[in-house]
Design a protein around this ligand. Structure first.
Ligand code: FES
Ligand SMILES: [Fe+2]
Length: 447
């Protein structure tokens, strides 16, 4: 019996509707255990409205392609301004084989530099974060200023021109206190348009003048796309996130006609809270309308200010603010959640009392770093204005639960028996993410 026959025979035993299998499904399960089809073939045969085939989540070759086609080409959210508050403060960010230093230079500007010495290529900074006066390569002590200029290189001939050997710059943009980098030499130009449109939403929270109250790095055992896909729907929230759904309406993403009867009371509360929120926003000139442009552009994004359940103030068990000092000039805590996500790697929740940012950084085909950072007003005092456990409880628990869902899914899609299933209507943002991703692969592959 050939491999193909064996696979089809096996699947006939386990698939309840084998006669409904399309040629695509048959081909997917018929893929040999070693090697994968040409990525262009995988892209071309994706069934609209369906989950991607297994190799997209498991193949080291496609992981490398994702870094080249997505993470090295798009604007990637990597940190916030408060993470590098003072001149010389830095974080290092690994994206595939790249390492990038994101730092504040001596003039207070945010910079991004390739973490590759211009002498013989050593990593210059080895720590994940810290503060430096100059950047000194530990190998032969070439020394760079915080803006990347080479200041000192010992034993070079008189004609050596230091100006030619600064650390290579990486494109960097800040918007509303969020720092994005792009490794491409010609970054997507549409970021200007996106920045102009989201800035008025973010500005009232004055993120640049907050401080980091907590940061948690969670390594999830799944492909970065599974992490993002899991975040893009709330089909799983009602059963999976008891702490989150104290305040997060579990009807998120549902079309009205698809809301189950048991969730209609929550939907009624959502509608009422939405009316109150819109009024409070309009009185204060705070933009709140949804903008959703998730596909057909490089910098796909979604932003909206939406109500929270309970007291409607913050992501806590009762919905009350977790920090007494409000952000910026905001005068009331009950302003719901300003939520944004940007393709391909981030989501954000701005409340009146604190801001939570989430950055998704791929480590391997089956491992992903999820970095969660909680920000409170710069003058807020821990123990007086906020309690750290209370502030971080909901999203710490929710992240752990999501990490478990992602790991389970990674295990499942790694099975030769996996056949991509259909998305429900409430998973339309997952479909949009996958569609956007495939558009980027097509661009990269030139097809
Ligand atoms: S490799 Fe950095 S100083 Fe030599
Ligand atoms: Fe979740």
């Amino acid at each position: 019996m050939t491999t193909l026959d064996q696979t089809v025979a096996d699947s006939t035993l386990t698939d309840p509707t084998p006669t409904n299998r399309t040629p695509t499904e048959a081909a997917a399960t018929a893929a040999p255990a070693h090697g994968i089809p040409d990525p262009a073939v995988l892209v071309a045969r994706r069934r609209p409205g369906h989950v991607l085939e297994g190799p997209f989540y498991t193949s080291p070759e496609i992981f490398a392609l994702d870094i080249d086609a997505v993470y090295a080409k798009q604007w990637i959210f990597v940190a916030t301004e408060p993470e590098i508050a003072e001149p010389g403060d830095y974080v290092t960010i690994d994206l595939g084989r790249y390492s990038v230093i994101v730092l504040r230079d001596d003039d207070g500007q945010v910079r991004a530099l390739h973490n590759v010495c211009r002498h013989r290529g050593s990593r210059v900074l080895l720590e994940e974060r810290g503060s430096v006066g100059n950047l000194v390569c530990g190998y032969h002590q070439w020394t760079y200023a915080t803006d990347g200029r080479l200041l000192h290189a010992g034993e070079q001939p008189p004609e050596f021109d230091k100006a030619c050997f600064g650390l290579r710059q990486v494109a960097v943009r800040t918007v509303g206190g969020l720092i994005f980098i792009c490794l491409a030499t010609s970054p997507p130009e549409d970021f200007d348009d996106v920045a102009d449109r989201i800035e008025p939403y973010l500005a009232p929270h004055d993120l640049a003048n907050t401080k980091v109250a907590a940061q948690v790095d969670l390594v999830e055992h799944g492909n970065w796309k599974l992490v993002m896909e899991n975040n893009r729907e709330c089909y799983h929230c009602e059963a999976g996130h008891p702490e989150l759904t104290c305040t997060f309406f579990p009807t998120y993403g549902f079309a009205l006609e698809d809301i189950p009867a048991r969730l209609m009371p929550a939907h009624a509360r959502y509608l009422k809270a939405g009316v109150d929120l819109a009024r409070a926003c309009d009185e204060r000139g705070l933009p709140h309308a949804e903008i959703e442009e998730l596909t057909d552009r490089s910098t796909g994004f979604r932003i909206q200010r939406e109500p929270l359940d309970g007291a409607g103030e913050s992501y806590t068990r009762d919905g009350k603010a977790a920090c007494r000092k409000l952000l910026g000039d905001l005068d009331i805590p009950r302003l719901g959640r300003l939520s944004m996500h940007t393709q391909p790697n981030a989501w954000f929740h701005f409340q009146a009392d604190h801001v939570v940012t989430f950055s998704v950084l791929p480590l391997a085909a089956d491992r992903t770093l999820v970095r969660t950072t909680w920000h409170v007003h710069r003058d807020a005092v821990e123990g007086e204005d906020y309690d750290l456990d209370h502030l971080t409880e909901v999203w710490s628990r929710t992240n752990e639960q999501d990490g478990e869902f992602v790991a389970r899914t990674q295990a499942g899609v790694s099975s030769p028996a996996f056949v991509p299933g259909p998305y429900s209507s409430s998973e339309y943002q997952v479909d949009a993410l996958v569609t956007w991703y495939l558009q980027r692969l097509q661009e990269h592959l030139g097809r």
